[in-house]
Design a protein around this ligand. Sequence first.
Ligand SMILES: *Cc1c(COP(=O)(O)O)cnc(C)c1O
Length: 409
Amino acid sequence: MTRFNTQLVHGLPVNDNNTGAVNPPIYNSSTYTVESVNAMPRWDYARSGNPTRDFLEKQIAQLEHGTRGFAFASGLAAIHAVLSIFKPGDRIVVGKNIYGGTYSLFNEYFAERGLEFDSVDTADYKALDAAISGRDRGGRAASAVYFETLTNPLLQINNVNRISAIAHRYGALSIVDNTFVTPYLQQPLDLGADIVIHSATKYLAGHSEVNAGLVVVLDDEVGNGIYFAQNRFGGVLAPTECNDVRRGIQTLALRMECQQRNAQAVAEYLLAHPLVRAVHYPGVYGDRNHLLAENGLKGFGGVLSFEVVPGVDPSIVLDNLHVFHLAVSLGAVESLAELPCRMTHFELPREERLKVGITDELVRLSVGIEDVSDLIEDLGQGFDKAFEALGIDGVSGQVLDRLTTEVAA
Ligand SMILES: *Cc1c(COP(=O)(O)O)cnc(C)c1O
């Protein structure tokens, strides 16, 4: 058994061609010739199965330590397929802070088709136990708990081990969206999760080129339910894009190492900046190694967020960035910046948004693999524009003092 980084590069044998090619072929075929009318072919029609997709599905199953993988045309197509294994009347306990599109899919689609959703703070284990057990609901236990390993955009850590243990106490499945963390930093199935989901659009593909979703399971029956959804809804990932994700995965370790090193440096820079009120990145608080060990993580990834001090317009900073692209999405080689309240989390009603801490001053960064000095200089000149808008010279110590005092007050 090879180690993880070696597995990323060549975890699976490439043996279905007679050319010696080091990469698996892309099978652009929607149908397959069969030998006879009575044959039971492994491949018959591409929605049901395609060898290029099969390669990627085996690849992610191996990396996530699962038994079976599934590739979908987007992260949301994957989440839709996973949720479809539940039946009307089933109750799902959901982490408070989840991806906006997932929130909308749950509450505006599945809730209208008979699934019940209970939102809970998944770091409050008492509340979580009560919600999953259903002891306030005549003892009707939940069918599953659904959460993200690192929440978006506030980077709160969800402890997969503890949350899954509570779910299993009541026979509920533990479903983890591992998009922000990737198997490089954590393999949730090893920590008790039952189903792992990825928006492979982000870190796994890693180059802002494709929309893709992946699911990995341990249990056969769960796997059969997800295969049914994949084959019947048909939201499958096309062969060329399967290959894009396969290739992206080969450099995951290199990219993620650089992204999180840069993110740590950017977070430390922001923490010291007078126009920044708060930084949300677990790497800058407390005992880093303890926090990692306690949560079974190898790192905190490349996404972080921060809040500018009141009175500063965050859009001035964002509109003046030149190295960071002003764009939604995350996890790619290039650095991206965005304003969650306007660009990614507008699906949440403002009141809900504020309740979970996504203020109007919150900026999210997805840190890429550039020279980190260029990223920091870029942010610095963006902040200088915000200083100018306040009628202040950015280097004026007096003003820095005033702003800092105001924030402290
Ligand atoms: C982007 C994202 C999704 C949705 O994935 P798509 O590929 O855009 O459909 C789901 N969960 C998280 C955490 C995401 O960041």
